[in-house]
Design a protein around this ligand. Sequence first.
Ligand code: LLP
Length: 425
Amino acid sequence: MGRQVEGNLWINEGGHLCIRGHDLVELAEKFGTPLYVVDAQRIRENYRRFRDAFSSYPRVLIAYAYKANPNLAVCSILKDEGAGAEVVSGGELYIALKVGVDPEKIVFDGVSKGEEELRMAIEEEIGAINVESLEELRKIEKIASRLGKKARIGVRLNPDVPVRTHPHDVTGARHSKFGLDFKSALKAYEMAMKMRNIEVKGVHIHIGSQITQVDSFKSAALKLFDLASRLRGMGITLEYLDLGGGLGVTQGKDHLKEYADALLKVIREKAEELDLGEPKLIFEPGRYIVADSSVLLTRVNYVKEIFGRKWVLVDAGMNDFIRPAMYGATHKIVPVNKPQGEERYDVGGPICESSDVFGRDVRLPKMEAGDLLAILDVGAYGICMSSQYNSRPRPAMVLVDGDKVSVVRERETYEDLISKDRIPD
Ligand code: LLP
């Protein structure tokens, strides 16, 4: 079979990088580059590991965060595994319904939901709408009464806890726009209890993304229980506790067990102390489920040396994968068609922006035009954050599943670039 590089990546006898036995050189030749390659089995494995980590608790819903990768094939795999959906827009709700997720298992989050999006959610009788403002609550009540429906809601608490991650990924701190502070959250519950078309079901927190410090999750959960306890005093019993997503992924270390054990401990202790019974738990993982399922294949266009730095210039750009440019995220870059070497290169794309750089001082073999590289762990916030910037058609995406290779997103064409543009008469 060859030699394992990491996870699901191997080098075959021909010296080529493979994903589950599929030669990436062949895939690049067949489907062109830049190319996202997704490993279906890795998604299933990640989902099952996450599910099993909480299996000692009787009622858990894992609502996969669609924003991480809303591709139909990806969402369909997760639906077949039994996952629910965390959606933040009418579009994501549409996709969840399209792949056949049971509406009961759909949770609608978002700080500024539109009227039409809310109408859709209420009409479809989804499991929960997590409310982030008093005005949103009033709007939901109005729409529900117009439709003659009852909307099931939770309130998103902004727990104001410190979190160590990229500032763009912090959502549970007092400077961020998300959720309601403790006092306003109480007010929302008070209001909601008086509304005829609202059923108060739960509470929601989500403190951010790419978090590996379990203490932050614990502190946030404790704040959630402070609220639950006050609500108990008001006669409100919560049916669900939605703990959001945010578990980070780091190469070579899995934080899941630590995360699940710590949260379950807090939840069990607090639920018993406050006599809350066993409320349903909702988790909304995105990155953990899909990040390491995918690689981005890119071909080298040029190699050059300027001011003593060696550059590899590839055909993927920040429009195809924006995380390094946007968050300074580090993604491992490995050779695909030749063995690893000891040269050092900066790896840049074709976009006319200096932030269009995938890596600095990357260890690689001697590179030549035509060589292939793989950027790793691009399955979350990858293709879904791609754009057509610099008028570049978005890349294709193929899914490998057992022996099968399927195009699950077609490469865009030049025609696609202008298909929505109009020149006035
Ligand atoms: N639930 C809510 C309410 C969220 O806002 C998010 C992510 C998630 C769940 C899933 O979080 P995850 O488990 O994937 O960390 N584009 C950024 C990440 C933005 C995350 C936005 N919200 C990145 O590439 O790092």
